[in-house]
Ligand binder design. Structure first.
Ligand code: KG4
Ligand code: ZN
Length: 361
């Protein structure tokens, strides 16, 4: 491949940063520039590919990332008006996620960075989610509490500074998104269940089915959603299984998850002595969760911030943004194509630290 240097006026790690997300079933690409904001972003969802299997098939996901990533990069660069040689760095999701899917993004990102002679950085997928609200609202600054609610994670994190993450509470079993997906599947809804269940719940009557708010009757900030899923299964099995009942059960389940998350968020803010909550991850797109947390913030005089729904679910913009911040702080990875299917966010270096994150452990 031809070697093209980054624009001579742009120091390495600055200027437009290409971001690549490929940790699961969405191929996301974006160009973000700390000086000019988001230049372009594009997403290719594999939902149709996995739908007939009722869940993500990892090998199919990897192969589809291989097919879609390069065309999506070309498309995003064209839309951004940034020539490939003007990129100041490349950011990619290094974990957590599906190993094969991650390797596709990491391999392409590292090769491109090497060819362009610009730095590359492996971004923690959940840090990408966590920072997405800041990308959307530059007035937002730590300290704050972050609620990360995705298909694989449900965590409350105390954020004193970017890169300074203290785990306050997390799920002991299923993640909130996973509970949405499994519950939807049990009631015969198509994959991916979360958004389908939420849509159905909007037509259900509140209070017809009342499920417990797990672990809210005792102190602490941890969650547990697997018992709730079982309660819903039993209610569904005992019911007439009509469309109206399905909607009422969906509404009861959604209300239980939303209330539980809201109660724990209020507790976490109080425990941390903070008044700002940010919400990120796919479940953050849930309309009822957004409304509930907004109402709660207004009641308590606090503030809550969410990214737009498209940046709650997986996307390349959050990876480009998180990577741009870390590259601008002088951090980068070495030349290995290295991914971390499991990766604890607490081990990330603070943003101020200038060491390469190759030393992360
Ligand atoms: O962050 P994300 O796109 O991928 C992961 O990193 O996991 O989150 C996906 C999860 C899925 O479990 C999906 O069902 C859930 O977010 N989700 C929703 C909604 N939209 C996506 N759950 C409830 N209501 C929604 N509107
Ligand atoms: Zn995600």
């Amino acid at each position: 491949m031809r070697t093209v240097s980054a624009s001579s006026t742009t120091p390495a790690g600055r200027g437009p940063i290409l971001g690549i997300e490929s940790s699961c079933d969405e191929t996301g690409v974006a160009v973000y520039d700390l000086a000019f904001g988001l230049r372009a972003h594009a997403l290719y969802s594999q939902v149709a590919l996995h739908a007939e299997y009722g869940g993500v098939v990892p090998e199919l996901a990897s192969r589809d990332h291989v097919r879609k990533l390069l065309p999506l990069i070309r498309q995003t660069l064209a839309e951004s008006g940034v020539a490939v040689g003007e990129l100041g760095g490349v950011a990619y999701t290094a974990g957590p996620g599906l190993v094969g899917a991650l390797l596709v993004g990491a391999g392409v990102a590292r090769s491109l960075a090497w060819a362009l002679d610009v730095p590359a950085i492996g971004v923690h997928h959940m840090e990408g989610h966590l920072l997405a609200p800041l990308m959307e609202d530059p007035t937002l600054k730590p300290p704050f509490v972050a609620l990360l609610v995705s298909g694989g994670h449900t965590q409350l994190i105390g954020v004193k500074a970017i890169g300074d993450y203290q785990l306050l509470g997390e799920t002991l079993d299923d993640a909130a998104g996973e509970a949405f997906d499994k519950t939807a599947k049990m009631m015969g809804l198509p994959y991916p269940g979360g958004p389908h269940l939420a849509k159905l719940a909007a037509t259900g009557t509140p209070g017809v089915y009342k499920f417990s708010r797990p672990m809210t009757d005792r102190p602490g900030l941890d969650f547990s959603f697997s018992g709730l899923k079982t309660q819903v299964l039993l209610a569904w099995q005992k019911s007439d299984q009509s469309d109206a009942t399905r909607a009422d059960i969906a509404r009861g389940f959604e209300d239980a998850v939303v209330d539980t998350l809201a109660i724990k968020c209020a507790r976490a803010l109080e425990a941390a002595g903070m008044d700002t909550l940010i919400v990120a991850g796919g479940v953050g797109a849930n309309v009822r969760l957004r409304a509930k947390l907004q109402a709660q913030a207004e009641q308590h005089g606090g503030r809550v911030s969410f990214p737009r729904p498209a940046f709650c679910t997986d996307n390349g913009a959050m990876i480009a943004y998180a990577g741009a911040l870390r590259l601008a702080a002088g951090q980068h990875d070495d030349a290995n194509v290295d991914v971390r299917p499991r990766w604890d966010m607490a081990g990330l270096p603070p943003l101020g630290a200038r060491q390469g994150i190759e030393n992360r452990e």
